[in-house]
Design a protein around this ligand. Structure first.
Ligand code: NAG
Ligand code: NAG
Length: 486
């Protein structure tokens, strides 16, 4: 009965004894089973049944001789009828036929037993492990899938990080060193070109803009080394990080404008201008994180102006998403004296100010190296358009020039796209071959862990990667009122 027996009534005692009997009976049966088990098979049996099938992944040592070396086959079950097999044991008794998976490879031939039909499990091996069909793994930028023919089938993309290219650059004598970057690992070269650059080549009308010539004497001597960050401490802003947003048009423009406004106001204002403001709000013929043109960016800076990065922080770290790019969260209207004023609060509610910063129209510099140098020295960093080739992504240090390591490879290995950067100075360095190598110092927008603390040096005077083709300077719109700030 299911009731609790609390009083020692006779009925209760009978119930209790009955229950005890059942318990004892169960225990005895259990013990008998246990003993029998132990006597007949011992520990070996447990191990044998737990051991994984030796041949599930195909016979690994098909040519081996095991049962043959052992001698006669064992009839029935004999758990000691084994031979060492690779790092485990295999069996030569007929009992192994039951599972067929732990017989020695030569059991069937040697013992004259018909080999059981094989039902191959479809799957693939990798590093000694077995993976079922349709399993996948990534090999850098390629996805590999276990096919129905038990072979891994991998995509054949060209990866942005390519060990062969890194090695070839570092073995060669190119004047610069290459490194692996975790932020590029797993991306294809195409994705690198598509997501890490983002400046459209200016139209020929823009390219043929009149050049502004520096007032230079033909024998004018410029220093061998110059770095705007050292001449104007605190006014040249650190390299930015565009992430996988193809918005270098906005980053290089914001970077140059920030420095120019700071320098021109003699440090009274040192705004770090917001690339996101340009990405989200300068939409006319612009494509946010899918690329844009620097002339449209400068138009916006002149006509509408942008707020600081603190006010309108960068949020488009990953590719172009409608949410990140479409909605403009800052507008301005003109006030007196041609200045503009924000009509919306900062997207960042904790920002201190939504002041709008503007520039004058940008001007194109001559491609003459000396003139560009003089402009940087007198007025501050400039913006430059450049071609980025496949080997530039892995630049780590030194003076970059395009290497021939991908020459002769199929077309998909030799890709390039248009990028824009900020040049802040120059220098020269004696190479170990005795040659003097001249370089520009430029800020990229691939974060501080890329290159030389976010900067790179690139060969100067040879129009390397077209970096001397289209160089832009600009004035900030700074008033006397601004000069009284701070
Ligand atoms: C071993 O297994 C095969 C297939 O399962 C069977 O045909 C054969 O009779 C078995 N041999 C013995 C000796 O049990
Ligand atoms: C590059 O870096 C990634 C992750 O940071 C690493 O998994 C990979 O093995 C590295 N590749 C080479 C060629 O060093």
């Amino acid at each position: 009965g299911g009731k609790l027996c609390l009083q020692l009534t006779s009925n209760c005692i009978i119930q209790f004894t009955r229950k005890m009997k059942t318990v004892v009976l169960v225990l005895v049966v259990f013990l008998v089973l246990l003993v029998e088990d132990g006597l007949t098979a011992g520990l070996v049996r447990t191990r044998r049944e737990l051991s994984p099938g030796l041949h599930r992944q195909g016979i690994r040592d098909a040519g081996g001789s095991y049962c043959a070396r052992r001698g006669p086959c064992c009839p029935g079950r004999e758990d000691t009828c084994t031979m060492p097999y690779l790092d485990t044991i295999c069996y030569c008794d007929l009992f192994c036929n039951r599972t067929a998976s732990d017989c020695c490879p030569d059991f069937w031939d040697h013992c004259g037993v018909p080999r059981p039909p094989v039902y191959p499990r479809i799957g693939c091996l990798r590093n000694g492990h077995w993976y079922p069909a349709e399993s996948t793994y990534r090999e850098n930028c390629n996805l590999c899938t276990c096919g129905l023919d038990s072979h891994w089938i991998c995509e054949q993309n060209v990866c942005l990080i390519n060990e062969g290219i890194i090695d070839a650059i570092n073995r060669g004598d190119y004047g610069w060193r290459a490194a692996n970057y975790s932020q590029f690992w797993g991306m294809t070269l195409d994705e690198g070109i598509r997501y890490r650059l983002g400046t459209t080549k200016p139209s020929s009308t823009v390219m043929n803009m009149n050049e502004l010539h520096m007032n230079m004497k033909s024998n004018e001597v410029l220093p061998a080394y110059f770095n705007a960050a050292e001449k104007w401490p605190g006014m040249v802003h650190e390299p930015l990080d565009q992430g996988n947003c193809a918005g270098s048009w906005a980053f290089s423009t914001a970077a140059v404008a920030s420095d120019r406004i700071s320098i021109q106001s003699m440090g009274h204002m040192t705004p770090a201008l917001s690339p996101q403001n340009l990405i989200s709000c300068d939409r006319k013929n612009q494509h946010g994180c899918n690329g844009g043109s620097i002339d449209r960016a400068w138009w916006y800076l002149r006509q509408r102006g942008v707020v600081t990065e603190e006010c309108y922080p960068f949020t488009s770290l990953e590719k172009d998403t409608p949410h990140n790019n479409r909605q403009c969260m800052m507008r301005s209207r003109s006030t007196n004296r041609g200045k503009r004023q924000a009509t919306m609060p900062c997207p960042n509610p904790y920002a201190h100010s939504n002041d709008i910063y503007q520039s004058t129209p940008p001007y194109k510099l001559s491609s003459d190296e000396k003139e560009v140098m003089k402009e940087i020295m007198e007025n501050g960093p400039v913006q430059a358009i450049m071609d980025v080739h496949e080997d530039f992504f892995v630049y780590k240090s030194g003076i970059y020039q395009r290497t021939p390591v991908s020459r002769g490879k199929p077309e998909q290995y030799r890709r390039h796209g248009t990028h824009s950067v900020k040049i802040i100075g120059w220098g020269e360095e004696r190479q170990h071959n005795g040659e003097n190598a001249k370089y520009w110092i430029a800020a990229n927008s691939w974060g501080r862990n890329w290159g030389e603390d976010g900067y790179f040096r690139i060969s100067r005077g040879k129009n390397e990667c077209n970096i001397e083709t289209f160089i832009i300077g600009v004035w900030g719109r700074v008033t006397m009122e601004d000069m009284r700030k701070k």
